[in-house]
Design a protein around this ligand. Structure first.
Ligand code: SF4
Length: 376
């Protein structure tokens, strides 16, 4: 019995597959993906972007392979990448075979779109030979014509039917190492399609709200759509699609998972919005802290609260707490307990040093922080 059952998420039981070294489905952690937006043949730029995404926490990175120059470049990209690479293929079965040969860990391809049964067999054989998994990626914007005619418009049932049709093609080729996505830019449509698909099969699901928009609007849309699904236990890997740097997609993906207690990575800052009662510049302090703590990967919580109204209560639940006090004298908490006071000067430097020390202690002890918090 869980101590806090209201926080429990019961994950849908899905089949376990692998994207290279990253397990997807089953009881595996929900992985975070992004996609490069450099020209794939520009190997240096693409590797730099893959590395930046991996440093931000991406577990898997997808790279477009629209032409032969791209699949040629893929080999070097795969070799230099610290994380498994998914090759994004549309229509061209030869690119899929080349990508598998180049070391892609997964092919994003819809078998129903690549032509004859013989071509599908060739792609499946290449995937089997090279240990690739696949992702079937159904998108509301590119549903098959016969399904649009049957259903009249993109709708959840049409998307589920499309996904299952593609899945059947792979099953008929005795291939089950795949995950499925049913993305739409409309949150209602995407969520309903994923719910339908979750009921209809046990394949791992790759979640995404496609073409979600820019950083702010896209984050909100993705948080609502992915949040609703993840909270219901649906989803094994996620990609937040933003018209923004891939690193931002990774950060948002993690923050969604962290908000639901599904992944823990880095410092989670709990801070108040501040008001006239604040005893120090909360907003500026949090801004600077987030910047200076971005390198920490140790899961830990830090509260930064403007005054005693909520400060001591929040600090009790965190690894390091900071609460604004009167006369420019503030209270620092360690492991939820009052530890020492701090005068106005050097708040940020002081907290960064304290948090880095605590992170090193947690790492050394090889343990999770003792106290789960409201935000995790
Ligand atoms: S904790 Fe204090 S400073 Fe922060 S919002 Fe609440 S009353 Fe204002």
């Amino acid at each position: 019995m869980s101590v806090r059952p209201y926080r429990d998420i019961h994950r849908r039981k899905s089949r376990l597959i692998h994207v290279g070294s990253v397990p997807v489905g089953g009881d595996s952690p929900i992985s975070v993906q992004t996609m490069t937006n450099t020209l794939t043949p520009d190997v240096a730029a693409t590797i730099a972007q893959v590395q930046a995404a991996a440093e931000a926490g991406a577990d898997i990175v997808r790279v477009s392979c629209p032409d032969e120059d791209s699949t040629k470049a893929l080999k070097e990209i795969v070799r230099a990448s610290p994380v498994p690479i998914v090759a994004d293929i549309h229509f061209h079965y030869k690119r899929a075979i080349e990508a598998a040969e180049a070391g892609a860990a997964c092919l994003r391809i819809n078998p129903g779109n690549i032509g004859s049964a013989a071509r599908v067999r060739e792609v499946v054989q290449a995937a089997k030979d090279h240990g690739c998994s696949m992702r079937i990626g159904v998108n509301a914007g590119s549903l098959e014509k016969h399904l649009l005619e049957k259903y009249g418009e993109p709708c959840p049932d049409a998307m589920v039917e499309s996904a299952l049709d593609h899945a059947r093609i792979l099953e008929d080729n005795d291939f089950r190492e795949f995950k499925i996505s049913v993305k739409a830019s409309d949150v209602f449509l995407a969520v309903a399609a994923y719910q339908g698909l979750a009921d209809a099969c046990d394949y791992p699901l790759h979640l995404g709200i496609t073409e979600a928009g820019g950083l702010r609007a896209g984050t909100i849309k993705s948080s609502i759509g992915l949040g609703a699904l993840l909270w219901a236990g649906i989803g094994d890997t996620i990609r937040v699609s933003l018209s923004a740097d891939p690193v931002e997609e990774v950060k948002v993906g993690y923050d969604i998972l962290k908000s639901l207690g599904l992944r823990r990575r880095g410092v989670t800052v709990i801070s108040c919005p501040s008001c006239a009662r604040q005893q120090f510049q909360v907003i500026k302090t949090v801004e600077l802290l987030e910047e200076r703590l971005a390198h920490i990967t140790t899961p830990m919580t830090v509260s930064v609260i403007g005054c005693v109204v909520n400060g001591p209560g929040e600090a009790r639940e965190t690894d390091i707490g900071f609460t604004g006090g009167g006369n420019g004298t503030h209270q620092v908490y360690v492991n939820g307990l009052p530890d020492h006071r701090l005068k106005d000067s050097n708040i940020v430097d002081h907290l960064v040093a304290l948090i880095e020390k605590k992170a090193a202690e947690i790492d050394a002890a090889g343990q999770q922080p003792a106290q789960p918090t409201a935000a995790e």
